[in-house]
Design a protein around this ligand. Structure first.
Ligand code: NAP
Length: 246
């Protein structure tokens, strides 16, 4: 379905980003793995992707840094000639009740989750505008839709990302570029492993489908949004959460 296309996925050494990279590759796309310079997982993930029969490279860099993002886009174009699919997946949490949340944790989460995505969209929009096509997919979160006590920074960054998705869709639609968001619910990954059993149980009780999500559940929807199957879909946020928000 994606044979010959090029996909760049930020923060894709592990977790949801890795699952997205593997599934886009399984559908034929060549892959650019991005992760922070200290990532222990990116090279191994790259080898797993190559084993699927597509080409892949690792370009390490921090999405907060404009120079790193420019270097990521340049390396992808140099290797593959174009970027068809860009997934803003890199994200972190620094949870705490607002009354105790310090400025450093607020800034860090906003810088990676929201400004990092802005940096990437700005940089990838140029080559996509030239080729008059592209699909940008932002990994938001259902808490950006419903709010969540103890995650003011994270919620604000993800709600901002949903707004950024709609604006990107409107600004670039005439150039053939689509932009959509996926809002995961509770997905089993390093990010959710650290939550207490009590919090996990609360989520579990609220999920109508009666199970936690897997990283592949997010990757399946990203493949849809990356492909021509969704060619008349832009500016949307698709919740992938077992029915948690409806
Ligand atoms: P994860 O396992 O912690 O993966 C996040 C990835 O982003 C890691 O590979 C991490 O690198 C990388 N990263 C962190 N800061 C970066 C930076 N500044 N520049 C480039 N890469 C960076 O978490 P995940 O669960 O897969 O989350 C992926 C995305 O899904 C995030 O945007 C998250 O907010 C969103 N999400 C997750 C859930 C869930 O239930 N898991 C729910 C809703 C939304 P290192 O591994 O080296 O730290």
């Amino acid at each position: 379905m994606l044979k010959g296309r090029t996909a760049v996925i930020t923060g894709s050494g592990r977790g949801i980003g890795k699952a997205i990279a593997l599934k886009l590759a399984a559908n034929g796309a060549n892959i650019v793995i991005n992760d922070i310079p200290s990532s222990d997982y990116a090279d191994e993930t790259c080898e797993e992707i190559k084993a699927l029969g597509v080409d892949a490279i690792v370009v390490k860099g921090d999405v907060r840094k404009k120079d790193d993002v420019e270097a990521l886009i340049s390396a992808a174009i140099e290797k593959f000639g174009k970027i068809d699919i860009f997934v803003n997946n890199a994200g972190i949490t620094r949870d705490g009740l607002m009354i105790r949340m310090n400025e450093e944790d607020w800034d860090l989460v906003m810088d990676i989750n929201l400004k990092g995505s802005f940096n990437c969209i700005k940089a990838v929009a140029r080559p996509m505008m030239k080729q008059r096509s592209g699909s940008i997919i932002n990994i938001a979160s259902i808490v950006g839709v419903m709010g969540n006590a103890g995650q003011a920074n994270y919620v604000a960054s993800k709600a901002g990302l949903i707004g950024l998705t709609k604006t990107t869709a409107k600004e670039f639609a005439s150039r053939g570029i689509r932009c959509n968001a996926v809002a995961p619910g509770f997905i089993r990954s390093a990010m959710t492993d650290v939550l207490t059993d009590e919090v996990k149980q609360q989520y579990f009780n609220a999920i109508p489908l009666g199970k936690f999500g897997e990283t592949d559940n997010i990757a399946d929807v990203v493949v849809f949004l990356a492909s021509d199957m969704s060619k008349y879909v832009t500016g949307q946020t698709i919740n992938v959460d077992g029915g948690l928000v409806m």
